[in-house]
Write a protein that binds this ligand. Structure first.
Ligand code: TPP
Ligand code: MG
Length: 361
Protein backbone atom coordinates (compact mmCIF):
# COMPACT_ATOMS: atom_id res chain seq x y z
CA UNK A 1 0.00 0.00 0.00
CA UNK A 2 1.28 3.46 -0.85
CA UNK A 3 0.43 6.08 1.75
CA UNK A 4 -0.87 9.41 0.49
CA UNK A 5 2.04 11.70 -0.35
CA UNK A 6 2.68 15.39 -0.63
CA UNK A 7 4.88 16.68 -3.47
CA UNK A 8 7.60 17.23 -0.85
CA UNK A 9 7.40 13.57 0.23
CA UNK A 10 7.61 12.38 -3.38
CA UNK A 11 10.67 14.57 -4.06
CA UNK A 12 12.34 13.34 -0.87
CA UNK A 13 11.77 9.76 -1.99
CA UNK A 14 13.27 10.42 -5.43
CA UNK A 15 16.33 12.12 -3.96
CA UNK A 16 16.67 9.47 -1.28
CA UNK A 17 16.49 6.59 -3.74
CA UNK A 18 19.44 8.05 -5.63
CA UNK A 19 21.44 8.10 -2.40
CA UNK A 20 20.98 4.38 -1.64
CA UNK A 21 24.05 2.39 -2.58
CA UNK A 22 23.93 -1.16 -3.97
CA UNK A 23 25.82 -2.33 -0.87
CA UNK A 24 23.20 -0.81 1.43
CA UNK A 25 20.33 -2.33 -0.55
CA UNK A 26 21.96 -5.77 -0.49
CA UNK A 27 22.76 -5.55 3.22
CA UNK A 28 19.16 -4.56 3.85
CA UNK A 29 17.88 -7.53 1.84
CA UNK A 30 20.21 -9.89 3.71
CA UNK A 31 18.94 -8.84 7.17
CA UNK A 32 15.29 -8.97 6.09
CA UNK A 33 15.77 -12.49 4.69
CA UNK A 34 17.72 -13.65 7.74
CA UNK A 35 14.96 -12.41 10.06
CA UNK A 36 12.36 -14.37 8.10
CA UNK A 37 14.52 -17.52 8.22
CA UNK A 38 15.17 -17.13 11.96
CA UNK A 39 11.43 -16.68 12.58
CA UNK A 40 10.60 -19.77 10.53
CA UNK A 41 13.12 -21.82 12.52
CA UNK A 42 11.68 -20.55 15.81
CA UNK A 43 8.22 -21.65 14.69
CA UNK A 44 9.57 -25.10 13.81
CA UNK A 45 11.09 -25.35 17.30
CA UNK A 46 7.83 -24.13 18.85
CA UNK A 47 5.76 -26.64 16.87
CA UNK A 48 8.00 -29.45 18.10
CA UNK A 49 7.43 -28.32 21.72
CA UNK A 50 11.03 -27.20 22.27
CA UNK A 51 10.19 -23.57 23.15
CA UNK A 52 8.94 -22.86 26.66
CA UNK A 53 6.37 -20.10 26.09
CA UNK A 54 5.53 -18.43 22.81
CA UNK A 55 7.20 -17.15 19.67
CA UNK A 56 6.40 -13.64 18.42
CA UNK A 57 7.45 -13.29 14.81
CA UNK A 58 8.07 -10.14 12.80
CA UNK A 59 6.42 -11.59 9.69
CA UNK A 60 5.47 -8.70 7.42
CA UNK A 61 7.70 -6.20 9.26
CA UNK A 62 11.17 -7.41 8.29
CA UNK A 63 11.74 -4.76 5.63
CA UNK A 64 10.98 -1.89 8.00
CA UNK A 65 13.07 -3.35 10.82
CA UNK A 66 16.01 -4.03 8.48
CA UNK A 67 15.85 -0.38 7.40
CA UNK A 68 16.41 0.58 11.04
CA UNK A 69 19.24 -1.88 11.53
CA UNK A 70 21.33 -0.97 8.50
CA UNK A 71 21.46 2.67 9.56
CA UNK A 72 22.56 2.01 13.14
CA UNK A 73 26.09 1.92 14.53
CA UNK A 74 26.87 -0.78 17.05
CA UNK A 75 29.38 0.05 19.78
CA UNK A 76 32.93 -1.07 19.11
CA UNK A 77 36.49 -0.43 20.25
CA UNK A 78 36.66 3.30 20.95
CA UNK A 79 33.15 3.91 19.59
CA UNK A 80 30.21 4.46 21.93
CA UNK A 81 27.66 3.42 19.27
CA UNK A 82 23.92 3.93 19.19
CA UNK A 83 21.46 2.81 21.84
CA UNK A 84 18.69 0.58 20.52
CA UNK A 85 15.65 -0.72 22.38
CA UNK A 86 13.98 -3.26 20.10
CA UNK A 87 10.37 -4.33 20.38
CA UNK A 88 8.85 -7.70 19.51
CA UNK A 89 8.84 -7.32 15.72
CA UNK A 90 12.32 -5.85 15.26
CA UNK A 91 14.18 -9.10 14.59
CA UNK A 92 15.84 -7.84 11.39
CA UNK A 93 17.09 -4.69 13.14
CA UNK A 94 18.49 -6.74 16.02
CA UNK A 95 20.43 -8.96 13.61
CA UNK A 96 21.79 -5.99 11.66
CA UNK A 97 22.85 -4.39 14.96
CA UNK A 98 24.88 -7.44 15.94
CA UNK A 99 22.60 -9.96 17.62
CA UNK A 100 23.39 -13.46 16.38
CA UNK A 101 20.83 -16.12 15.39
CA UNK A 102 22.50 -18.27 18.04
CA UNK A 103 21.58 -15.81 20.81
CA UNK A 104 18.02 -15.54 19.49
CA UNK A 105 17.56 -19.31 19.57
CA UNK A 106 19.36 -19.73 22.89
CA UNK A 107 16.93 -17.27 24.48
CA UNK A 108 13.88 -18.98 23.01
CA UNK A 109 15.07 -22.38 24.21
CA UNK A 110 15.86 -21.00 27.69
CA UNK A 111 19.53 -21.95 27.50
CA UNK A 112 21.96 -20.76 30.17
CA UNK A 113 24.37 -19.73 27.40
CA UNK A 114 21.98 -17.04 26.06
CA UNK A 115 22.17 -13.32 26.84
CA UNK A 116 19.42 -13.68 29.49
CA UNK A 117 21.08 -16.85 30.83
CA UNK A 118 17.86 -18.84 30.53
CA UNK A 119 16.03 -16.52 32.89
CA UNK A 120 13.81 -14.74 30.38
CA UNK A 121 12.41 -15.83 27.05
CA UNK A 122 11.46 -14.97 23.48
CA UNK A 123 11.71 -11.22 22.71
CA UNK A 124 12.79 -10.31 26.25
CA UNK A 125 16.47 -10.16 25.56
CA UNK A 126 19.23 -7.65 25.01
CA UNK A 127 22.81 -6.84 25.93
CA UNK A 128 23.67 -3.50 27.45
CA UNK A 129 27.34 -3.80 26.51
CA UNK A 130 26.29 -4.16 22.88
CA UNK A 131 24.03 -1.10 22.99
CA UNK A 132 20.80 -3.11 23.05
CA UNK A 133 18.41 -2.58 25.95
CA UNK A 134 16.59 -5.78 26.93
CA UNK A 135 12.93 -5.46 26.01
CA UNK A 136 10.26 -5.59 28.67
CA UNK A 137 6.60 -6.27 27.84
CA UNK A 138 5.13 -3.04 29.14
CA UNK A 139 4.26 -1.13 26.00
CA UNK A 140 5.47 2.46 25.94
CA UNK A 141 8.17 1.87 28.56
CA UNK A 142 11.24 1.73 26.34
CA UNK A 143 11.29 5.32 24.95
CA UNK A 144 11.88 6.66 28.48
CA UNK A 145 14.73 4.19 28.98
CA UNK A 146 16.36 5.27 25.71
CA UNK A 147 15.86 8.92 26.65
CA UNK A 148 17.57 8.27 29.98
CA UNK A 149 20.62 6.81 28.27
CA UNK A 150 20.77 9.79 25.88
CA UNK A 151 20.46 12.30 28.72
CA UNK A 152 23.27 10.53 30.60
CA UNK A 153 25.40 10.59 27.46
CA UNK A 154 24.73 14.29 27.04
CA UNK A 155 25.95 14.94 30.59
CA UNK A 156 29.13 13.04 29.73
CA UNK A 157 29.63 15.08 26.55
CA UNK A 158 29.09 12.03 24.35
CA UNK A 159 26.49 13.57 22.00
CA UNK A 160 28.69 15.15 19.34
CA UNK A 161 26.80 16.79 16.47
CA UNK A 162 26.75 16.75 13.48
CA UNK A 163 27.64 13.05 13.70
CA UNK A 164 26.20 11.99 17.05
CA UNK A 165 25.26 8.61 18.38
CA UNK A 166 21.48 8.32 18.47
CA UNK A 167 18.83 6.40 20.38
CA UNK A 168 16.09 4.47 18.64
CA UNK A 169 13.12 2.32 19.55
CA UNK A 170 9.85 1.27 17.99
CA UNK A 171 6.23 1.02 19.03
CA UNK A 172 3.12 -0.52 17.49
CA UNK A 173 -0.14 1.22 16.62
CA UNK A 174 -1.68 -0.09 19.86
CA UNK A 175 1.31 0.97 21.93
CA UNK A 176 0.93 4.58 20.76
CA UNK A 177 -2.12 4.82 23.05
CA UNK A 178 -0.10 4.35 26.25
CA UNK A 179 0.41 7.18 28.70
CA UNK A 180 4.06 6.20 29.15
CA UNK A 181 4.78 7.00 25.50
CA UNK A 182 3.16 10.43 25.82
CA UNK A 183 5.29 11.36 28.82
CA UNK A 184 8.46 10.08 27.17
CA UNK A 185 7.90 11.91 23.87
CA UNK A 186 7.16 15.15 25.66
CA UNK A 187 10.47 15.06 27.56
CA UNK A 188 12.38 13.86 24.49
CA UNK A 189 11.05 16.79 22.45
CA UNK A 190 11.72 19.35 25.18
CA UNK A 191 15.29 18.08 25.54
CA UNK A 192 15.76 17.87 21.75
CA UNK A 193 17.40 14.47 22.09
CA UNK A 194 18.86 12.62 19.07
CA UNK A 195 16.05 10.09 19.28
CA UNK A 196 14.08 8.22 16.62
CA UNK A 197 10.74 6.53 17.22
CA UNK A 198 9.61 4.09 14.55
CA UNK A 199 5.87 3.49 14.71
CA UNK A 200 5.04 0.20 13.00
CA UNK A 201 1.38 0.61 12.17
CA UNK A 202 0.58 -3.00 11.30
CA UNK A 203 -3.15 -2.17 11.44
CA UNK A 204 -3.87 -4.28 14.49
CA UNK A 205 -3.12 -4.44 18.18
CA UNK A 206 -3.61 -8.10 19.02
CA UNK A 207 -7.16 -8.28 17.54
CA UNK A 208 -8.09 -4.60 17.95
CA UNK A 209 -8.02 -2.69 14.66
CA UNK A 210 -6.90 0.91 14.08
CA UNK A 211 -10.43 2.34 14.32
CA UNK A 212 -10.54 1.30 17.99
CA UNK A 213 -6.96 2.36 18.75
CA UNK A 214 -6.87 6.00 17.64
CA UNK A 215 -9.17 8.63 16.16
CA UNK A 216 -6.69 10.87 14.37
CA UNK A 217 -6.43 10.70 10.56
CA UNK A 218 -2.88 9.41 10.56
CA UNK A 219 -0.55 8.70 13.49
CA UNK A 220 2.15 10.84 11.87
CA UNK A 221 -0.05 13.88 12.54
CA UNK A 222 0.79 13.45 16.21
CA UNK A 223 4.45 14.29 15.58
CA UNK A 224 3.82 18.01 15.22
CA UNK A 225 1.87 18.07 18.49
CA UNK A 226 4.88 16.78 20.38
CA UNK A 227 7.41 18.92 18.52
CA UNK A 228 8.95 16.00 16.63
CA UNK A 229 9.61 15.80 12.90
CA UNK A 230 7.28 13.27 11.28
CA UNK A 231 8.02 10.93 8.40
CA UNK A 232 5.63 8.52 6.63
CA UNK A 233 6.57 5.44 4.70
CA UNK A 234 5.27 2.24 3.20
CA UNK A 235 6.81 -0.32 5.55
CA UNK A 236 6.49 -3.08 2.96
CA UNK A 237 8.66 -1.20 0.46
CA UNK A 238 12.43 -1.49 0.86
CA UNK A 239 13.35 1.82 -0.77
CA UNK A 240 10.62 3.81 0.93
CA UNK A 241 11.55 2.37 4.35
CA UNK A 242 15.28 2.92 3.80
CA UNK A 243 14.73 6.53 2.73
CA UNK A 244 12.38 7.47 5.57
CA UNK A 245 14.12 5.64 8.43
CA UNK A 246 17.58 6.52 7.08
CA UNK A 247 16.54 10.16 6.69
CA UNK A 248 15.19 10.32 10.22
CA UNK A 249 18.31 8.73 11.72
CA UNK A 250 20.61 11.03 9.72
CA UNK A 251 18.65 14.09 10.88
CA UNK A 252 18.92 12.99 14.52
CA UNK A 253 22.68 12.45 14.12
CA UNK A 254 23.06 15.98 12.71
CA UNK A 255 21.40 17.44 15.80
CA UNK A 256 18.03 18.28 14.25
CA UNK A 257 16.16 16.87 17.23
CA UNK A 258 13.86 13.90 17.69
CA UNK A 259 12.19 12.21 14.74
CA UNK A 260 9.15 9.98 14.37
CA UNK A 261 8.65 7.61 11.44
CA UNK A 262 5.20 6.11 10.90
CA UNK A 263 5.22 3.06 8.65
CA UNK A 264 2.15 1.36 7.18
CA UNK A 265 2.29 -2.40 6.90
CA UNK A 266 0.42 -5.50 7.96
CA UNK A 267 1.15 -8.13 10.59
CA UNK A 268 1.27 -11.26 8.41
CA UNK A 269 0.80 -13.73 11.26
CA UNK A 270 -1.03 -13.97 14.54
CA UNK A 271 0.03 -11.84 17.48
CA UNK A 272 2.15 -14.78 18.56
CA UNK A 273 2.47 -18.46 17.78
CA UNK A 274 -0.63 -19.16 19.89
CA UNK A 275 -2.86 -16.97 17.67
CA UNK A 276 -4.10 -18.07 14.23
CA UNK A 277 -5.38 -14.54 13.40
CA UNK A 278 -8.62 -15.85 11.93
CA UNK A 279 -10.06 -12.42 12.70
CA UNK A 280 -7.86 -10.69 10.08
CA UNK A 281 -10.20 -9.32 7.37
CA UNK A 282 -9.59 -10.31 3.73
CA UNK A 283 -9.78 -6.63 2.77
CA UNK A 284 -6.67 -5.86 4.83
CA UNK A 285 -4.80 -8.89 3.52
CA UNK A 286 -5.53 -7.75 -0.03
CA UNK A 287 -4.21 -4.23 0.64
CA UNK A 288 -0.71 -5.15 1.81
CA UNK A 289 2.02 -7.20 0.19
CA UNK A 290 4.70 -9.30 1.84
CA UNK A 291 7.70 -6.97 2.14
CA UNK A 292 10.24 -9.79 2.03
CA UNK A 293 8.84 -11.12 -1.25
CA UNK A 294 8.58 -7.61 -2.67
CA UNK A 295 12.18 -6.84 -1.68
CA UNK A 296 13.47 -9.97 -3.40
CA UNK A 297 11.48 -9.21 -6.56
CA UNK A 298 12.71 -5.60 -6.57
CA UNK A 299 16.34 -6.64 -6.07
CA UNK A 300 16.09 -9.04 -9.03
CA UNK A 301 14.22 -6.55 -11.24
CA UNK A 302 16.73 -3.76 -10.50
CA UNK A 303 19.71 -6.04 -11.15
CA UNK A 304 21.06 -5.74 -7.59
CA UNK A 305 21.41 -9.53 -7.51
CA UNK A 306 20.65 -12.36 -9.96
CA UNK A 307 18.63 -15.49 -9.24
CA UNK A 308 21.72 -17.65 -8.69
CA UNK A 309 23.11 -15.08 -6.24
CA UNK A 310 19.81 -14.90 -4.39
CA UNK A 311 19.57 -18.70 -4.15
CA UNK A 312 23.14 -18.87 -2.82
CA UNK A 313 22.40 -16.14 -0.26
CA UNK A 314 19.26 -17.94 0.94
CA UNK A 315 21.16 -21.20 1.28
CA UNK A 316 23.97 -19.47 3.21
CA UNK A 317 21.48 -17.90 5.64
CA UNK A 318 19.51 -21.14 6.11
CA UNK A 319 22.74 -23.00 6.90
CA UNK A 320 23.70 -20.34 9.45
CA UNK A 321 20.37 -20.64 11.25
CA UNK A 322 20.36 -24.45 11.08
CA UNK A 323 23.82 -24.55 12.66
CA UNK A 324 22.72 -22.10 15.37
CA UNK A 325 19.69 -24.27 16.22
CA UNK A 326 21.84 -27.42 16.34
CA UNK A 327 24.33 -25.73 18.68
CA UNK A 328 21.70 -24.23 21.00
CA UNK A 329 19.69 -27.44 21.30
CA UNK A 330 22.73 -29.25 22.67
CA UNK A 331 23.43 -26.67 25.37
CA UNK A 332 22.56 -26.71 29.06
CA UNK A 333 19.50 -25.29 30.78
CA UNK A 334 20.06 -23.17 33.90
CA UNK A 335 20.79 -25.19 37.02
CA UNK A 336 19.06 -23.67 40.09
CA UNK A 337 21.58 -25.33 42.40
CA UNK A 338 24.50 -23.60 40.71
CA UNK A 339 22.92 -20.36 39.52
CA UNK A 340 24.22 -17.13 41.07
CA UNK A 341 20.74 -15.61 40.66
CA UNK A 342 21.85 -12.57 38.76
CA UNK A 343 20.49 -11.92 35.27
CA UNK A 344 22.12 -8.73 34.05
CA UNK A 345 24.06 -7.32 37.00
CA UNK A 346 27.73 -8.16 37.25
CA UNK A 347 29.62 -9.61 40.22
CA UNK A 348 31.57 -6.31 40.37
CA UNK A 349 28.36 -4.36 40.80
CA UNK A 350 27.25 -6.56 43.68
CA UNK A 351 30.67 -6.31 45.30
CA UNK A 352 30.47 -2.52 45.43
CA UNK A 353 30.14 -1.09 48.95
CA UNK A 354 26.89 0.63 49.90
CA UNK A 355 23.21 -0.13 49.60
CA UNK A 356 23.59 -2.45 46.58
CA UNK A 357 25.84 -4.84 48.44
CA UNK A 358 23.69 -4.70 51.59
CA UNK A 359 20.54 -5.38 49.61
CA UNK A 360 22.22 -8.32 47.88
CA UNK A 361 24.39 -9.98 50.51
C1 TPP B 1 0.92 -1.27 28.72
C2 TPP B 1 0.55 -2.60 28.11
N1 TPP B 1 -0.76 -2.88 27.89
C3 TPP B 1 -1.12 -4.08 27.37
C4 TPP B 1 -0.17 -5.02 27.07
C5 TPP B 1 -0.59 -6.39 26.50
N2 TPP B 1 -0.22 -6.43 25.07
C6 TPP B 1 0.93 -7.01 24.67
S1 TPP B 1 1.17 -6.87 23.01
C7 TPP B 1 -0.30 -6.06 22.82
C8 TPP B 1 -0.73 -5.58 21.47
C9 TPP B 1 0.24 -4.59 20.92
O1 TPP B 1 -0.20 -4.08 19.71
P1 TPP B 1 0.69 -3.05 18.93
O2 TPP B 1 1.23 -2.02 19.85
O3 TPP B 1 -0.10 -2.57 17.77
O4 TPP B 1 1.95 -3.93 18.45
P2 TPP B 1 1.90 -5.23 17.52
O5 TPP B 1 1.70 -6.42 18.42
O6 TPP B 1 0.80 -5.05 16.55
O7 TPP B 1 3.24 -5.27 16.88
C10 TPP B 1 -0.96 -5.89 24.05
C11 TPP B 1 -2.26 -5.22 24.20
C12 TPP B 1 1.18 -4.69 27.34
N3 TPP B 1 2.17 -5.54 27.05
N4 TPP B 1 1.53 -3.47 27.82
MG1 MG C 1 -0.03 -3.29 15.84
Amino acid sequence: MTPSRSIGDAMRLLAGRAGLSRELRLAHLRWALLARIVDDRLLTLYNSAQVPGNVFTSRGQEVLAAAMGVHLRAPGPGAIGDIFAPLIRDQAARLAFGETPLDVIRTHLGKVTGPMRGRDGNAHRGELAKGMLPMISHLGAMPSAVAGVLLARRLRGALAYPDSCIGITSIGDGGTATGALHEALNVIAIEKLPFVLVVANNQVSYSTFNDRSFACRDLVDRAIGYGLRGWSCDGTDAVDSLVAVGGAIAAARRGEGPQMVVASLLRLAGHGSHDDARYMPAELKARFGDGVELAQAAALAEGLIDQAGLDALLEELRALVRAAADTARGEANPDPERDDWRVLSTPDLLAMPGPTAEANP
